[in-house]
Design a protein around this ligand. Structure first.
Ligand SMILES: Cc1cc2nc3c(=O)[nH]c(=O)nc-3n(C[C@H](O)[C@H](O)[C@H](O)COP(=O)(O)O)c2cc1C
Length: 407
């Protein structure tokens, strides 16, 4: 694809992921060697000025986060890679881990040098058993070659809970506890795993690091949109000709993603809506198709880039039915720790189900909006805060579809 730009997936399909020598032959671990010749503070400044922002959903500046852990005084610090990838429709982290696992290990080792950590964990979703094998093989090879130095990495498997992708629930899970989010602050870079300063970054975030260290912050900051530079791996699903993945600069528009890379809507049907960022993402109507996929541009139209999953609906789809199913997902996945999410996701599902089955009244739509607003302000973690987004945005952009089902 002509307009694709591969930074994270630069080696994907080109090297044997199970052979560390292949990775080294294409310049692998040069960045770690360079990083180790730098003072941690200088390295962190480089990452900070690249303006790399987290690819796991929240879009926090990576270097700023690393600096919190660097500044924290502790006898032990940890680096955790969030490979839970629980967002339906998302499989970008799997591509990286399957296709180029050493790039992830190198990114984590650079982070370890920056903050002063000697232990790392990769928290990989349990639904990816073959990825776990690949990772363990990659870690064994890197350890045998001695490239990781005194930094050791272990893989921990999740057990299928969506909430365990939330960084503090993930930390609880690694500690052997029930996966429930912690009250923040304190944030993990200061008080994390076993109470120690901990960096949690997404797979794609870490996989960007070697290229940034090698080619420099200025190079990276010049790609895509200035406020969210670099590239983004997009996984495209739903009613598109090409259900596939690609890596594009962040100034690529939603229209280009769906119609150029995705090949448009199949079977001569029209476009109805697109949901970006996974199940908790907003539904976007045709009027906003020319928005770039970068984080801030998406936020401006009330959407979140999130994981980069793009789910397209054609004009024959029943959007109220789709939204009701999503509400069921959140009611199922709420961990139940906080009342607004435990009760809110259940009530939201009840109301959506009522409307979808033709029993709803216009007062139920008003109630859904009120409930959504309360949840987005009062839930303890991002699960409950974001769960109302699909409901509220479909009510906003597709009122006729709701009206058609009301009694
Ligand atoms: C319910 C929920 C699920 C999440 N799932 C993931 C996930 O699967 N992978 C991920 O990297 N981040 C996930 N996150 C975001 C993490 O909490 C955290 O922001 C991220 O791992 C930080 O890494 P980054 O700065 O590199 O993006 C999730 C957040 C919430 C609230």
């Amino acid at each position: 694809m002509a307009e694709e730009m591969r930074i994270v997936l630069r080696n994907y399909g080109k090297i044997d992921p199970l052979k560390i020598d292949d990775y080294i032959a294409v310049g692998g671990y040069n960045a770690l060697n360079k990083a180790r010749s730098m003072k941690p503070a200088d390295l962190i400044n480089e990452v900070k000025s690249s303006n790399l922002r987290g690819r796991g959903g929240a879009g926090f500046n990576c270097g700023v986060k690393w600096n919190f852990a660097y500044m924290a005084q502790a006898d032990q610090k940890y680096v955790i890679c969030n490979a839970d990838e629980g967002e339906p429709g998302t499989y970008k982290d799997r591509l990286i881990m399957e296709g180029d696992p050493q790039s992830l290990l190198e990114g984590m080792a650079i982070c370890a040098h920056a903050i002063g950590a000697t232990q790392g964990f990769i928290y990989c979703r349990g639904e990816y058993p073959s990825v776990v094998k690949t990772l363990n093989m990659a870690i064994a090879q890197a350890t045998e070659k001695g490239v990781l130095g005194d930094f050791s990495i272990e893989v921990r498997m999740g057990a299928g809970a969506y909430v365990c992708g939330e960084e503090t629930a993930l930390i609880e899970s690694i500690e052997g506890k029930r996966g429930e989010p912690r009250i923040k602050p304190p944030f993990p870079p200061v008080v994390g795993l076993w109470g120690k300063p901990t960096i949690v970054n997404n797979v794609e975030t870490f996989a960007n690091i070697p290229a940034i260290v090698e080619k420099g912050a200025a190079w990276y900051a010049g790609i895509g949109t200035p406020s969210y530079p670099g590239t983004k791996i997009v996984t495209l699903t739903g009613d598109v000709v090409n259900k596939t993945f690609f890596e594009v600069p962040t100034d690529t528009t939603i229209r280009e993603v769906i119609f150029d890379f995705g090949g448009g809507i199949p079977d001569g049907k029209g476009f109805k809506a697109v949901q970006i960022g996974g199940t908790s993402g907003a539904f976007i109507p045709a009027a906003n198709l020319d928005t770039p996929i970068g984080f801030d541009a998406m936020t401006e139209i009330g959407a979140v880039l999130g994981s980069g999953a793009v789910f397209v609906l054609n004009d024959t789809r029943d959007i109220v039915d789709v939204t009701a199913r999503i509400a069921k997902f959140f009611a199922h996945e709420s961990c139940g720790k906080c009342a607004p999410c435990r009760e809110g996701t259940m009530r939201m599902h009840d109301l959506m189900d009522k409307i979808n089955s033709g029993r709803g009244k216009s007062a139920d739509v008003v109630l859904l909006n009120k409930l959504g607003r309360v949840m987005s302000y009062s839930c303890l973690c991002g699960l409950g805060q974001a769960a109302p987004a699909p409901v509220m945005t479909t009510i906003e952009h597709f009122p006729a579809d709701y009206n058609a089902k009301l009694v």
